[in-house]
Write a new protein. Structure first.
Length: 326
């Protein structure tokens, strides 16, 4: 056990070196030809027992690494295919096998696979290109689809590298995924970036083997680091009232993501030139405009807001006017 712990430390040291170089890239590398790297570096061990699993989303990734829905803000994404070596770099620390592209994902699109048959004290990892997490960003998640069956004594660990050091996201040991030989989709919550500056981070999958038994190994696809976006409120309605205009709306949380409140905007021009008027804490759904006067028609829109999240897009617009005055 001590030997394999030292092997993991050595690989993580290499991880720290690559992170310090601004992230690794590899373009046009053939599927069966991987560079290897060796040498001694400052040793770092991932902290923490792992990240908390998150509730599932309906996130989908296109073959060119884009996220289908605007509900999500992408920081990194890859639907593994022949172009993925431009987004990852694989390393063989020791042994005879490295990460390869494979058609194991239901015989069609490709996945990354570290498989059995001739493991020989393997120490292999695959690292993503670096990606930026802006300052004041919360609710960051990682998702991936995996098919794995790992022998006793072997493991695959997902690590999240930040300027503060590597942190364990999940550790997969002897056993198999719940849907094996099918695929299981995983979601994990990543730490917020409230460091005061943007962060350049990477993901890494480490595979370690002790050679005693072989099995299928670990394959993964459809990887994304993302943030769910706030949804605007629904059914915004402005009343035409005597002496005032009352605005109402319906709450519209994005799954378990709820806003801190609603920012209300007003204009005397339809479709634009809105100015901020007030904030109503969630779950409020009513606001009385205290400064509306008789004469002009007022146009209202609302945004959902939450600390360390981008504001939502504008809601639907509705208009109202004051029918009387003092």
């Amino acid at each position: 056990m001590r030997f394999y712990t030292l092997m993991l430390i050595a690989l993580l040291a290499l991880s720290a070196f690559l992170y310090g170089c601004g992230g690794a890239t590899s373009a046009g590398t053939p599927d069966t030809d991987r560079p290897t790297v060796g040498g001694g570096f400052n040793m770092q061990i991932p902290s923490g027992p792992g990240m908390r699993q998150a509730t599932p989303d309906d996130i989908q990734i296109t073959e060119d690494g884009k996220i289908v829905s605007n509900t999500y803000r992408k920081f990194f994404a890859d639907a593994v295919n022949e172009h993925s070596w431009g987004r990852w770099l694989a390393f063989n620390g020791s042994g005879q096998k490295v990460w390869t592209l494979s058609n194991t994902y239901n015989s069609a699109p490709k996945s990354f696979l570290f498989g059995g048959n001739y493991w020989n004290r393997e120490q292999d990892f695959i690292q993503s290109n670096s990606f930026t997490i802006p300052d004041s960003t919360d609710g960051v998640r990682v998702t991936f689809t995996a098919r794995w069956k790992i022998a006793a004594g072997d493991s695959c660990t997902l690590v999240y590298n930040t300027p503060g050091g590597p942190q364990t996201v999940a550790n997969f040991t002897a056993g198999q995924n719940a849907d094996y030989p099918g695929w299981t989709k995983y979601y994990y919550e990543l730490p917020a970036n409230v460091s005061g500056q943007d962060q350049s981070n990477t993901l890494q999958f480490f595979f370690l083997s002790d050679t005693s038994v072989t099995d299928f190994g670990f394959a993964f696809d459809d990887v994304a680091v993302y943030q769910r976006q706030l949804e605007p409120p629904l059914n915004v309605s402005a009343s035409d009232g005597n002496f005032s205009i009352i605005l109402t709306w319906a709450n519209n949380p994005a799954g378990t993501l709820v806003p801190d409140g609603y920012d209300i905007y007003r204009s005397t021009t339809q479709g634009g030139n809105y100015t901020f008027q007030a904030n109503v804490p969630y779950p409020g759904t009513l606001w009385n405009d205290p400064t509306a006067i008789s004469g002009p028609t007022y146009y209202y829109v609302i945004k959902s807001q939450k600390a360390n999240y981008p504001d939502s897009i504008f809601s639907n617009e509705d208009s109202g006017f004051v029918m009387g005055g003092p």
